[in-house]
Design a protein around this ligand. Structure first.
Ligand code: MD3
Ligand code: FE
Length: 214
């Protein structure tokens, strides 16, 4: 896709591996509104650092919006309709978020994608995410769409086994990636965020991941 001068998106899609498509700066023209939407979500469902089943506290802070939200605690990983911190349903997925995810999925050849969960990760300096698979969702034929905002971070993209070789990719403000097909279950993670400052997000990076969880 090419959009006019003011639409913003000018990057050429880049295939990392079969099913994994980077849309450089696809979200850039909407980034200020997306950062505002994150603040609105966090005003209802605050960012929190979740505990893992193994008893560690994750270094990234998280919240969710949409009908389902991803949670982790000592009993495991799952999606649920209510925020365990507030006892209330997760806030709605704002249309600016959902529309972006659906448009990116169309670009990548997944026209039926209708996300029911948006996990919002917030990384401050030193925060990271170790190599893992996303497999708490019901239907692996549906992709995951990720949106990076703020500071850049080095992303690790591996194979279907934890020990497979990983590829390093820098993901920057406004970049969108669609992870589907044969890449849907690849291992992935992010290296520790380096200190810095971004005009829209300050000292952090946000990552939105849109999922069809239920
Ligand atoms: C590849 N988040 O929330 S986004 C996660 O930057 C997660 O916050 C990272 O991994 C972040 O689960 C990476 C990129 C991403 C998301 C989901 C994937 C890559 C993926 C699912 C399958 C394969
Ligand atoms: Fe993941």
């Amino acid at each position: 896709m090419t959009v006019d001068l003011f639409g913003g998106y000018d990057g050429q899609p880049l295939t990392l591996q079969s099913g994994a498509l980077v849309l450089p700066r696809f979200a850039e023209s909407r980034s200020a509104a997306l950062v505002q939407a994150i603040a609105a979500v966090a005003a209802v469902a605050p960012f929190r650092r979740m505990e893992t089943p193994g008893g560690f506290t994750m270094s990234a802070a998280m919240t969710n919006c949409g009908p389902l939200g991803w949670v982790s605690d000592r009993t495991g990983y799952r999606y649920q309709t209510d925020d365990p911190t507030t006892g209330k349903p997760w806030p709605a997925m704002l249309s600016i978020m959902r529309n972006l995810a659906m448009e990116a999925a169309v670009e990548a050849g997944f026209p039926g994608f209708e996300p029911d969960a948006c996990l919002v990760n917030r990384y401050q300096p030193g925060a990271r995410m170790s190599l893992h698979q996303d497999r708490n969702e019901q239907d692996f034929s549906q992709p995951i769409v990720s949106v990076s905002l703020g500071l850049s971070m080095v992303f690790l993209f591996g194979g279907l086994r934890r020990q497979d070789k990983t590829q390093k990719i820098t993901l920057s403000h406004g970049d969108v990636v669609v992870w589907g097909g044969p890449s849907r279950l690849r291992y992935h993670g992010v290296l520790a965020l380096k200190p810095g400052s971004h005009p829209q997000t300050g000292a952090c990076r946000y990552n939105l991941t849109f999922r069809r969880a239920g």
